[in-house]
Design a protein around this ligand. Sequence first.
Ligand SMILES: [Zn+2]
Ligand SMILES: [Zn+2]
Length: 269
Amino acid sequence: MTREPLINDQRQCAPQSAQLNPVNIQKSVQAMLPFRLSTIFPTQCVVCGKACYRHYSLCLPCELQLPQLGNCCFSCGMEYAATALVNGICSSCQLAPKPFYSCRSVFRYQPPINKLLAAFKFHSRFEVGFALSQSLAKQMKRHYESSYKPDYLLPVPLHKHRLRQRGFNQALEISRVISRQCDIPVAHNLVRKIRDTPAQTEMSSARARKVNLQRAFVLSDKPGIKNVNSIAIIDDVVTTTATVSVLSQTLRSHGIQRVEVWSLARAAH
Ligand SMILES: [Zn+2]
Ligand SMILES: [Zn+2]
């Protein structure tokens, strides 16, 4: 089995002994260029609008004020008082375990995060997505210094109609930033969304959401998944966990042993 159909894994193309091969040089230039340019030509902070000299458009004071999550359930990622968790798990997850190993997010889905994510998704403000993705990438990088890295990142797929309408998949844009910083390849064509379902946030009941998502995802590269053991699903915001649960079940039914979920923001529901 080869990994090529799934991924953009440039590491496999590069000879291990060669530090200065064209791939490495190209990666180094790409990594350094925004930083060098940002010291000469400042960008505008996406929150306060002031000049920003960092390699992403979010000044340090604004970044420190963003609403970061506190104590969260290890399993579902919901924020709780520390006393409400037993061994890091909330009572709901103890009663009904999730089909994924863990769910982790950086921010609470509240102002200004919800407005920033809307600007990214619905107005193609890529600099906003890029800036917020830095925090998730940093958190994941720290986490994987002492934990096994997943084999692939899997951006939650969009149905082709929604992709055509929006022009890009926000989860893929976030995954690109994480992939570069954490050195984990992106599984581009592993799963397709075959049902054009309404946004989960537009549906009222949990049952309606569940029915809506049934058989929404299919594996588009079954041979490619044969030797894959672990996958990290990436999304912009996790609300009910209905979408990532169905996606996790799809992956686990094809032999993926460990599925983690990471997102920029976690909404209370
Ligand atoms: Zn600012
Ligand atoms: Zn929980």
